[in-house]
Design a protein around this ligand. Sequence first.
Ligand code: ATP
Ligand code: MG
Length: 393
Amino acid sequence: MEVFMAKYGEIALKGNNKRLFEERMIKNIKQRLAAPLPSGARLGDFAYERAQSTLYITPLSETADFSEIERRLLTVFGIGAVQRSLALPKDYKEIVRLGVPYLKRALAGAKTFKVEAKRADKTFPMNSMELMREFGGEIWEANSHLSVDVHNPDVTVFLEIRDSHAYVCPNRLQGAGGIPVGMSGKALVMLSGGIDSPVAAYMMAKRGLSLDMLHFQSPPYTSERALMKVGSLCGKLAEYCGEIRLFTVNLTEAQEDIRDNCPEEYMTILLRRLMFRIAAELCKEGHYSAIVTGESVGQVASQTPAALICTNDASPLPVYRPVIGMDKIEITAIARKIGTFDISTLPYEDCCTVFTPRRPKLKPFLNDVKRLETRLNADLMQKATENIIIENF
Ligand code: ATP
Ligand code: MG
């Protein structure tokens, strides 16, 4: 019988409240596996069992799509490793009889292999060293094209003797890690259509935050397509974060007000403060504990230390900036890994790039910025928050 072993990551280190984390992770896994496929079909039913810091997930349908199940498990935070394994009786002869043929396909393309054995059940008559040597010998005899490489093998075969069964697995995959979504309360992400903010969202979901998104648009300067792009990003992020609500706020009039009444070089910083004030307002109403952004020190004029003082000041809540110390190459690598990069690089304009100053102020002073704000029509912020579009993903 084939099963998936979802081994706990950081959760395994938790103390008294470990159970709460475990339960949330299992709930998230169930939800993820229950989501329909693009065709509308379902992945089928599963049996769940937990033991020894592992959740065993057994697909009950004969025709279960194992690669899709594996793909989904790899998106659930809290799981440290995923192993698709064959569960066997704890009898060495049976392990060889069924385990060796099971490994055949995974080993067909490999040149080198090694066996890693772990005997959690110390009553099993062979120890780990013996298991590695003996089982390795059996595999080698049945696959004469292979040689053993203990340092850098093409395939590492795992043989684990646990409480109820022995498990054989030719491929241990690194899980998403982190803490199950929902364990750290909720936060509101300022989601542009760019590369950085979806990565920031992913990183905070990994710390257990349940997330909703706030997007600012400025039609007709920004297009319907830019909005659809943000929708696609939410769809992709929902694979990791669970259900997402997207709030879209229209900033056209407020942006025109800034353009018409303030010096050009301050336009971006004034717009960004407005965004943070609106975000903080929504956080208060919706009981979010923090704002999340994709800002990174020095990346653009609005993210110099002086500019960050001005934007930070506009929010009474903590602002989480998980990519603050990362460079664009590092952020891009994560965007590619999580599948948001190809969506983020679609060429649609963002409201931050509408009316971009030719020479934005690199070192704005908070007092100057606050003085300029007195020229703006305060009612426009109110108006912007009265017509929010809400979508669910
Ligand atoms: P990103 O790649 O995330 O768009 P960026 O490098 O383009 O970031 P900025 O445009 O200065 O940088 O935006 C910094 C942060 O402000 C973004 O990461 C995002 O959190 C927020 N932000 C910018 N534009 C918007 C928008 N239109 N709606 C919501 N949040 C936004
Ligand atoms: Mg942007």
